[in-house]
Design a protein around this ligand. Structure first.
Ligand SMILES: Cc1ncc(C[n+]2csc(CCO)c2C)c(N)n1
Length: 229
């Protein structure tokens, strides 16, 4: 199995990832990801993914706002505000990126949510509303940390194609030092929350949340993949 590039060896992130190896692999090395790596992913699959990802990001921003609400210190609240603003800025770039793929802003905004998008995003919000900041961060971790690991797996893949790969810029964005630092920071934050918020005693429930988020991420890839068939 691909070794986790993030989090400490005895920390909560590693424990959660190690508790769901099949789910984690099915997410991080989904055929969609392999198609990004070697450039063979059908374009309609990527377009479907991009449009749904826009809708996903709207609700992901709401989940970050919920994390701000659930923050337990002024410092943590500031951190969430900064990260929410960064996401809102990225969302503008997402629309510009969609335009490069022939998807106008009007096309993207007119799209309705796929069941996979609704299922994933509303489930994250529900975990966050029903639980505390640790439950919410665990539900969000596969998203933030997983994309960092996916970029690393692609970089390490012998069949990877860089020249003429239409998905090169997508891969480059998640391979960037900036994104890698974000993914590392999220895993480290989870490790710290594990210590301060009883991660060991709550492990069974947290592991179920993490595994479910990984499953919903894989289902999200599958939704895109099916549009390329
Ligand atoms: C389905 C889906 N899962 C994860 C991401 C990754 N992601 C979501 S928000 C964000 C910005 C920083 O947290 C990043 C990298 C995605 N785009 N789409």
């Amino acid at each position: 199995m691909f070794a986790s590039p993030y989090g400490a060896a005895g920390g909560l992130f590693h424990a959660l990832r190690d508790a769901a190896p099949a789910r984690w692999d099915a997410y991080c090395w989904h055929p969609f990801v392999q198609g990004l790596a070697d450039g063979t992913l059908p374009l309609p699959a990527f377009r479907r993914y991009l449009v749904q990802d826009w809708l996903f990001l709207i609700h992901f921003a709401r989940a970050k706002a919920l994390a701000a609400f659930k923050a337990e210190s002024l410092d943590a609240l500031r951190g969430k505000a900064v990260s929410l603003n960064a996401l809102l800025a990225e969302m503008n770039m997402h629309l510009a990126y969609c335009a490069e793929w022939g998807l106008s802003e009007a096309d993207v905004l007119a799209e309705t949510e796929a069941p996979e998008t609704v299922a994933y995003t509303r489930w994250v919000l529900d975990r966050g509303m029903a639980g505390d900041i640790l439950d919410l961060e665990v539900a969000l971790a596969p998203c933030t940390v997983g994309y960092g690991e996916i970029a690393r797996r692609i970089a390490a893949h012998p069949g990877r194609r860089t020249e003429g790969n239409p998905y090169h810029s997508w891969i480059a964005a998640y391979s960037s030092d900036e994104y890698q630092a974000l993914a590392r920071g999220a895993a480290e934050r989870l490790d710290r929350l594990g210590v301060t918020h009883g991660g060991e005693a709550r492990f069974a429930k947290l592991a179920a949340t993490f595994a479910e988020a990984a499953r919903l991420e894989a289902a999200f890839w599958q939704m895109g993949w099916d549009a390329g068939a």
